[in-house]
Design a protein around this ligand. Structure first.
Ligand SMILES: NC(=O)c1ccc[n+]([C@@H]2O[C@H](COP(=O)([O-])OP(=O)(O)OC[C@H]3O[C@@H](n4cnc5c(N)ncnc54)[C@H](OP(=O)(O)O)[C@@H]3O)[C@@H](O)[C@H]2O)c1
Length: 326
């Protein structure tokens, strides 16, 4: 692609169905747009219909600009195939409704990109009673993945799940008894550590899923996109120190724009070289080994069990059996 040399030039036909959570802005927006421009059908799962519709219009406009520039590797169709479906990960009922809507409209799912997220949010609990970063970044996606897996297993070869984690996982601690931050007050809540925890859980979930999916057509990988200049700082705009950190990073050229930030995700999602890759943690386009905490199998399985317990109301024994008995 002109101006995008390190993106794989892979034509994706419209029969490839791609789901991107948080596809209306930032890394998710760029990922959705470029994968749609490669020709795939993309569903952006977002909270706000208005923001999603505006994003879809913007994608179409930018697609036409790329076509006019003669950018290589993009499809020749008139309109991008991008659709909005409502999803609020802070509500497990909304996740359930999303799954029902998705199943009523789609019979295949080839790429599931769990990208939506919030960072360093103040202590807050969702309507389901979970710490909000735990639910939005991790548990809501856990439910989505578990319920959509049967469709992916039935969607033919090279189906991929990519979990958008963060290097912030290195700040995490693992203590499931404290996973909901209930022992903290709003004042002493460790916002970075709990963000890191949610991102650690995603990497651990990747290992748990791959153990169960290793004989199947579905692979699971995770990424860190780098420090990217997006709207991610919305939930920590009150934290002066982090505002300064982002501003300095930007000034010294350490932040990426959303397109550069999206490249690691796009590569993990569509690069044919990674077709059979599992358990990779891609940081800035390169595969790195996750730390020993993330790789601790006993802790991974404890988290798996804890997550299933959290989702008791939403996952029937047969939903779990479908994965455990593969
Ligand atoms: N930017 C970075 O430097 C950086 C670094 C490491 C990792 N990441 C990770 O990259 C991912 C994308 O972040 P970004 O930088 O692109 O941030 P962003 O611009 O703030 O985008 C986040 C996306 O998540 C969506 N979202 C937030 N809460 C949601 C909810 N309850 N239900 C459904 N969707 C929700 C947002 O939707 P709304 O527009 O409706 O809020 C938005 O579409 C996140 O998982 C983040 O942790 C980012």
């Amino acid at each position: 692609m002109g101006g995008t040399p390190s993106l794989p030039q892979v034509p994706l036909t419209t029969d490839r169905v791609v789901l991107v959570t948080g596809g209306n802005t930032g890394i998710g927006y760029e990922t959705s747009k470029w994968i749609a421009m490669m020709g795939a059908r993309v569903i952006i799962a977002c909270r706000s219909e208005e923001r999603a519709k505006n994003a879809i219009e913007k994608m179409q406009k930018e697609f036409e600009e790329e076509k006019a520039k003669g950018t290589a590797g993009i499809c020749s169709k008139e309109r991008l195939d991008v659709e909005f479906m409502a999803l609020d990960l802070a509500s497990l009922n909304s996740v359930e409704n999303f799954i029902e809507t998705f199943k009523s409209k789609e019979t295949k799912l080839h790429l599931l990109l769990c990208n939506a997220g919030i960072a360093m949010h103040p202590l807050e609990y969702t309507e389901d009673g979970f710490e909000i970063m735990f639910q939005v970044n991790y548990l809501g996606h856990f439910l989505l993945v578990t319920k959509l897996l049967p469709i992916m297993l039935d969607s033919g070869e090279d189906c991929r799940i990519v979990l958008v984690s963060s290097e912030a996982y290195l700040t995490s601690s693992f203590d499931l008894e404290k996973a909901q931050g209930k022992h903290h007050t709003k004042e002493n809540f460790k916002r970075l550590q709990y963000y890191g925890n949610s991102k650690l859980y995603q990497i651990m979930q990747m290992y748990c899923l791959n153990r169960r999916l290793q004989k199947t057509n579905v692979t699971v990988n995770s990424i860190h996109p780098g420090i990217v200049d997006t709207e991610i700082n919305r939930s920590f705009s009150d934290l002066g120190m982090w505002k300064v950190f982002f501003q300095i990073s930007k000034l010294i050229g350490k932040t990426k724009n959303p397109f550069e930030g999206a490249k690691t995700l796009i590569n993990a999602a569509v690069n044919p070289d990674f077709k059979d890759t599992r358990d990779a943690y891609y940081s800035d386009m390169r595969i790195q080994q996750a730390n020993s905490l993330a790789r601790n199998q006993e802790k991974q399985e404890a988290l798996w069990k804890y997550s299933l317990d959290c989702l008791q109301k939403y996952l029937k024994p047969e939903d779990i059996d479908k994965i455990e008995k593969l």
